[in-house]
Design a protein around this ligand. Structure first.
Ligand SMILES: [Zn+2]
Length: 263
């Protein structure tokens, strides 16, 4: 949420670059960053499980602002995939642009209360962010309009909020627990599901190098499509979120379009 602090302060990114919150390992530099912080902004304990104990062990008592605890953002659950690592609820909240807008607005008022001299700037930034994300949302709706109701395969269950926001079909999940590799039996079951339901959009994630997705794609004669769920290719800054989400959605739209041309 660098958009909200734009022109005021430069937050430290704890999970910089290519680090998945599911696989994160705490290093001394992370401890230092947390011990210096007055405010910690995070998604929530269902996904950044390492964070509460890092904060507890500090002398300082930073203000914790969690996206998941924000009233008005409702956590979703998969009926069939309740064995997902994050518990029964899905914490990939930021994949719904409306959640990002709500959270930016909340963050602006929380930061304004802590740092009143910059209140106007926080509010201005949140308003700019909202305009940018709404514009991106309209483009995404257009890009995904032909993909409504279409299912896809993905390594771990991370796009549920995007699915719901834009009317995509439900994901077929390779690894309900992202740290546990899928075995041969699951591979065969997935292969059959995809073939029977004629699902041809297969998504791979760079943080989870799984031969399973590639193997199924090879069997079905389709090319898996790589997404950038952690925005590794984007420069951190005020425009990152809208640019990244639009790019992700465009990649998905290409994936579904490629599926159709195979029919
Ligand atoms: Zn995840």
């Amino acid at each position: 949420m660098l958009a909200v602090t734009d022109g005021i302060s430069q937050p430290d990114l704890l999970l910089d670059g290519n680090i998945s919150p599911h696989l994160f390992q705490v290093k001394p530099s992370h401890i230092r960053a947390v011990s210096d912080a007055e405010v910690v902004v995070w998604a929530g304990e269902g996904i950044e499980r390492f964070l509460p104990s890092m904060v507890e062990n500090q002398n300082k008592d930073p203000v914790m602002i969690s996206m998941a605890d924000h009233v008005g953002i409702e956590l979703r659950a998969r009926d069939k995939h309740s064995d997902h690592d994050h518990g029964e609820l899905d914490y990939h909240l930021w994949l719904d642009p409306q959640n990002a807008i709500q959270f930016a607005t909340l963050l602006a008022s929380e930061l304004s209360a802590i740092d009143p001299s910059n209140a106007d700037q926080y509010q201005h930034n949140a308003a700019d962010f909202t305009v940018g994300v709404q514009a991106a949302t309209e483009k995404i709706k257009a890009a995904l309009s032909t993909a409504v109701g279409q299912q896809y395969l993905i390594y771990h269950d991370s796009l549920q909020y995007l699915e719901n926001a834009f009317g995509l079909g439900e994901a077929i999940i390779v690894a309900p627990q992202p740290q546990v590799q899928a075995g041969g039996k699951r591979l065969r079951a997935l292969h059959n599901t995809l073939a029977e339901q004629q699902i041809g959009c297969l998504i791979s994630e760079p943080q989870f190098q799984s031969p399973v997705v590639n193997s199924i794609a090879h069997d079905l004669g389709v090319q898996p499509v790589m997404i950038d769920p952690l925005a590794v290719a984007f420069e951190p800054g005020a425009d990152l979120y809208a640019d990244w989400l639009l790019d992700l959605a465009t990649t998905l739209a290409d994936c579904f379009a490629a599926t159709k041309s195979h029919d």
